[in-house]
Design a protein around this ligand. Structure first.
Ligand code: HEM
Length: 402
């Protein structure tokens, strides 16, 4: 039996294929050009890959809901019952978002800058004069987990133990992935710890986010004004830990690899640190740390001549949206000077990343402090280790030679 050209060329995008994940750019381009409403029968999902379509779906949360999950392998069940903000739909989402945004204030973020700088210095200084270090393991991963503990108000005495458990949450078991007993045990430990701390904060308030969570009020569905329960607050703190640690570690991993591949632009950033905030946005566009957001349709959607039925899983390909030539000129070129009005790497609309200001602060300060000490490095390509889970894309380990 001979194969037709069509079979050879079959357009297939598999979110679990770790080989495809290394360089998905051509597949993403073909999806945008040839199948902007892509159907995958094997895993039973649809995928939108053009910037405009991803953005439009984010802006229509009645049709594209989060309550049935946003991660492909966990989609279908009632994820809203986890009460995690990321899985809530309006009006529950609107109420909780209003409350936690008040705890997550710009004032609290701005006050963190000095701490972020100190933590960067304490992680980077020991490597000055050494032949090199692992940019993710020794720097990109510990930085956000230390900052999140600080933000929540973890005391100095507990800090190392808490950080150890946060890092353990991200333990990946070979062949099993992110959902494993080691990670689960660490999540339980953190939950208990956080619940204990919340009880403590109610007794003795402090100037920290945990205290804010115990004091903030929300108006319930029946109009009653109430505070969050300790359970709800612990859930939220837990989500901040998982949403705010892994993504920033991946962003910094990408920074070390992409800047090493563009040494002229790296030199420019070292000479002109004012360019760094824009470089962080360009990095987020160029290599989205969280490249796929899932949604569930509540009604039929007609798009580009195809029909997505109600009750379907739709993946929004954030990584592809950042490379869409319909939105960005010469999108496969990394350019720290690129001027653009928006990207979807922090999501868009009602679920827009609550921690975006913190992620931007961490990204900017981390690169400033890195480039001040290490204006030049090479990546040990052989030693670099990729990380691919259903929610993040990047590196677990990037050994650099300084
Ligand atoms: C480079 C780092 C980061 C990236 C790329 C990122 C990406 C995203 C994306 C794409 C979403 C939208 C998810 C969706 O629409 O389903 C999101 C939501 C969220 N992020 Fe981030 N994030 C980052 C850092 C952080 C940090 C540092 C925190 C907290 C400390 C955080 C907390 C959250 C929360 C709570 C939500 C849910 C918001 C809601 O549902 O209303 N993220 N993030």
């Amino acid at each position: 039996m001979s194969m037709s050209a069509h079979d050879v060329d079959e357009l297939r995008w598999d979110p679990f294929d770790v080989v495809m994940d290394v360089a998905p750019y051509d597949t993403w381009r073909r999806l945008r050009d040839e199948a902007p409403v892509y159907r995958n029968e094997e895993y039973d999902f649809w995928a939108l890959s053009r910037y405009a379509d991803v953005q439009a779906a984010h802006l229509d949360p009645r049709t594209f809901i989060s309550g049935r999950g946003t991660v492909l392998e966990l989609m279908g069940g009632d994820m809203a019952s986890t009460r995690m903000i990321i899985f809530l739909d309006p009006p529950d989402h609107t109420r909780l978002r209003g409350l936690v945004s008040r705890a997550f204030t710009p004032r609290r973020m701005a006050a963190l800058e000095d701490r972020v700088r100190q933590v960067c210095a304490s992680l980077l200084d020991p490597h000055v004069g050494s032949p090199g270090f692992d940019y993710v393991q020794d720097f990109g991963a510990p930085l956000p987990s230390t900052i999140i503990s600080h933000l929540l108000g973890v005391s100095d005495a507990d800090r190392d133990e808490v950080r150890h458990h946060i890092d353990t949450v991200f333990h990946i078991e070979p062949g099993v992935g992110m959902i494993n007993d080691v990670s689960f045990g660490a999540q339980l430990w953190l939950r208990e710890y956080l619940t204990g701390q919340l009880v403590e904060r109610r007794r003795v308030p402090r100037d920290d986010l945990l205290t804010d969570l115990t004091q903030a009020e929300l108006t319930d569905a029946d109009g009653v004004i109430r505070r969050l329960t300790d359970d709800e607050s612990a859930d939220f703190a837990n989500l901040l830990i998982s949403a705010g640690t892994e993504t920033v570690a991946r962003l910094l991993g990408w920074a070390s690899v992409v800047l090493a591949a563009h040494p002229d632009q790296r030199a420019e950033l070292a000479a002109t640190p004012a360019l760094i905030p824009n470089a962080v946005e360009e990095l987020l566009r160029f290599e989205a740390p969280s490249p796929v957001q899932g949604r569930w349709t509540t009604q039929e959607v007609q798009l580009h001549g195809r029909s997505i039925p109600a009750e379907s899983k739709v993946l929004l390909l954030t990584g592809s949206a950042g490379r869409d030539e319909r939105k960005y000129e010469d999108p496969d070129r990394f350019d720290v000077h690129r001027s653009f009005d928006s990207h979807v790497s922090f999501g868009y609309g009602i679920h827009f990343c609550l921690g975006a200001a913190l992620a931007r602060l961490e990204g900017t300060v981390a690169l400033e402090e890195t480039l001040r000490r290490f204006p030049h490095w090479d990546v040990d390509e052989e030693g670099a280790v990729r990380l691919h889970t259903s929610t993040v894309r990047g590196y677990k380990s990037v050994p650099i030679l300084t």
